[in-house]
Design a protein around this ligand. Structure first.
Ligand SMILES: [Zn+2]
Length: 228
């Protein structure tokens, strides 16, 4: 099921009190149109009923895709500092729906779902791109760390993130984006072969690999952002 709730908010442009339909949960299999809207970077874009200006609501929903084995707790970019708390919350919500107390059919589904938590639009879109293009998201984060080590001085901070923004058979398209609104800072194309090379050298990354593989917040930001 995909659920929307009417929510009162102030238009960021004119300040009028308006109502929007805020998304609470998305089922990516039953609503492929919503999955596509996330991939196209247009999900939850709203228009103010008073001044007609367009703005985007920060994401706050759960995302389920049983075909691609994904369960995500999707949070606003501004929640990043409490990633540890939301990582725990993701595990709790997933366990309530699919854990030991759920019925056997739900437990069987839950066992096939990778639990993830993301912050902001670029991060949730990245997880959907990984599933769409067969990219192991743990390996992708290790690749980013390898790139950071090689490239040195980069425009990375808790407001600017390195994200997968597309892929084809030969290359991964990465970009430095503003976490809050997804605005592009810089783009970087990386041959897909680098992922295979990294997979072969995975033993060199043992500690980081193990931490990411056990995590729900599979994101290099967990090594960079001081928890609140
Ligand atoms: Zn307005």
């Amino acid at each position: 099921m995909s659920v929307f709730k009417p929510v009162a908010c102030d238009c960021p442009a004119c300040g009028s009190a308006i109502r929007i339909d805020a998304c609470d949960s998305v089922n990516g299999v039953r609503r492929p149109d919503l999955r596509q809207e996330i991939l196209d970077d247009r999900f939850q874009r709203c228009r103010c009923s008073a001044c007609r200006s367009e703005f985007r609501v920060q994401p706050a929903f759960t995302y389920l895709d049983v075909e691609r084995g994904q369960w995500l707790l999707v949070r606003p970019a501004g929640d990043l500092a409490d990633w540890q708390g939301f990582e725990a919350q993701a595990r709790t919500i997933h366990a309530e729906a699919f854990g030991a107390d759920a019925d056997p059919a739900a437990q069987a589904i839950g066992a096939r779902l990778a639990v993830r938590v993301t912050f902001g639009w670029p991060a949730v879109r990245e997880k959907l791109l990984c599933a769409a293009h067969g990219v192991d998201d743990v390996l992708l984060e290790l690749l980013k760390l390898a790139l950071l080590r090689q490239l040195g001085d980069l425009p990375l901070s808790d407001a600017v993130e390195l994200r997968l923004v597309g892929a084809d058979t030969r290359a991964l398209h990465l970009a430095w984006l503003q976490a809050a609104d997804g605005a592009l800072a810089e783009q970087l194309d990386v041959p897909r072969d680098l992922l295979d090379e990294l997979a072969a050298e995975r033993a060199d990354w043992q500690a980081l690999d193990a931490e990411l593989a056990a995590a729900a917040y599979v994101d290099l930001q967990r090594f960079l952002v001081e928890p609140a």
